[in-house]
Design a protein around this ligand. Structure first.
Ligand code: ATP
Ligand code: MG
Length: 264
């Protein structure tokens, strides 16, 4: 289900130019960011003609016990690394820079003020998260004032969301759009557990983020597991040619011993 866009040609094109700018807002803990988030943001950006997508790592996620997530600085950095290659993706510090729980309603108000009233903000979220939206601060106001893009997996039951929203559903159904995406089975919880167990996390999230996790020793990662060959692979997959990747590898060879000693 897409939001309406003007018909092509003539007056339609003029209307299209006058259409408000659409900006996607992808909020999350991003501990760590993974391909589920990135595929969703890319799908939303293309399907809904979003001018850009703002990734907003939570400072203090309201639904998680304080102190149980990685420091916001790490989560912010990983989000920056993961999104660098896409000119439509940007990372906002609006939540990491303010104290207290990062309620979505406050985030959207701040971003709306930053982007201007002529912007339409689309909050991108997993459909599963939508099924808990009534537990969010000022949920009714959120649903009345902003658009939502809910990422679903095949088999998602719309009736479950209708039942959750009750009478609110009729009032806000025109502002909730659905986007079917693959890769939904990836989760940060699973990635953290894999790292703790020394299992591979490659191909679940971008290589530079994998590299960062090992370098920073997040989730109990063992920097010894980060071999120089792995770094060569990272550099190659990030677009470096063989010569530049070999250089990265030799820089890494020099850096690895101190990282292994804990000099992070
Ligand atoms: P955790 O397992 O720690 O809860 P997570 O993988 O759910 O992490 P979050 O940072 O909590 O990631 O999620 C941010 C947003 O991305 C939420 O709206 C969530 O519903 C959505 N999301 C999470 N994983 C996926 C996925 N694999 N595909 C699409 N959307 C996802
Ligand atoms: Mg989650």
């Amino acid at each position: 289900m897409r939001p309406p866009s003007g018909p092509g040609g003539g007056i339609g094109r003029v209307k299209e130019r006058m259409r408000p700018r659409r900006i996607g807002v992808m909020g999350g803990t991003f501990d760590p960011i993974h391909y589920g988030h990135l595929v969703t943001a890319e799908g939303a950006s293309c399907e809904f003609q979003l001018e850009r997508v703002l990734f907003v790592p939570a400072g203090q996620p309201p639904h998680k016990e304080p102190g149980t997530t990685s420091p916001a600085a790490h989560r912010y950095m990983m989000t920056v690394l993961a999104t660098l290659g896409n000119p439509k993706f940007h990372v906002s510090r609006v939540d990491v820079d303010r104290p207290g729980p990062s309620y979505t309603i406050d985030t959207l108000r701040l971003l709306q003020a930053e982007c201007g009233e002529d912007c339409e903000l689309y909050f991108i979220t997993g459909a599963d998260a939508m099924l808990e939206i009534l537990t969010w601060k000022s949920a009714e106001e959120l649903l009345n004032e902003w658009q939502f893009i809910a990422a679903t997996r095949p088999g998602f039951r719309l009736e479950a969301l209708q039942a959750h929203l009750g009478p609110l559903w009729e009032r806000c159904r025109d502002r909730i759009f659905f986007l079917q995406i693959p890769a939904l089975a990836i989760s940060s919880t699973d990635i953290r557990q894999r790292v703790r167990e020394g299992r591979s996390i490659r191909y679940l999230l971008p290589d530079p983020v994998v590299h960062y996790i090992y370098k920073a020793g997040l989730y109990g990662a063992d920097p010894d597991a980060m071999t120089d060959d792995f770094l060569y692979g990272c550099a190659r997959s990030a677009g470096a040619d063989a010569g530049a990747a070999a250089e990265t590898k030799s820089v890494a060879e020099a850096a690895l011993p101190s990282m292994r000693r804990g000099g992070r």
